[in-house]
Design a protein around this ligand. Structure first.
Ligand code: ZN
Length: 133
């Protein structure tokens, strides 16, 4: 695990959340990007070497829609950058962690990602990412 790549916050109202982070807190706004695989629109902010992603469902079938329905808007996951996602997944599995992916999935900006069940992350969903190649 190299560093925190981003912190993702699930939001029901993307315009309002975007305004809070951009216009009130004045974080550097990078723009929006749709992640079709996850059925979400992500609004991305830079803070230091880390990003904040506000993620909002684009469909009722999005896993984020279910999350918001159950828990409301709030912290969704923390993402750690790794060098070798396959090797990290094998290692975590061997140590008894519950992974939600068998193989890495498509993430923001052409990255590849995998998720660790919240039960294996002290109640927080953990994402692993490797930069797109
Ligand atoms: Zn993420």
């Amino acid at each position: 695990m190299k560093k925190i790549d981003h912190v993702a916050i699930a939001v029901a109202d993307l315009d309002a959340a975007e305004s809070a982070y951009r216009d009130v807190m004045e974080l550097e706004w990078e723009g929006r990007e749709e992640v079709t695989g996850q059925k979400v629109m992500a609004s991305i902010f830079n803070i230091g070497e880390c990003r904040i992603e506000l993620i909002s469902p684009t469909s009722d079938e999005s896993p984020i829609a279910g999350f918001i329905q159950k828990k409301g808007s709030g912290l969704h996951h923390i993402c750690f950058e790794v060098d070798d996602i396959e090797a990290e997944m094998v290692k975590l599995k061997a140590k008894g962690a519950r992974l939600l992916n068998e193989t890495p999935a498509e993430g923001v900006g052409g990255s590849r990602v995998a998720f660790l069940h919240p039960k294996s992350g002290a109640g927080v969903l953990i994402e692993l990412t490797v930069k797109g190649k």
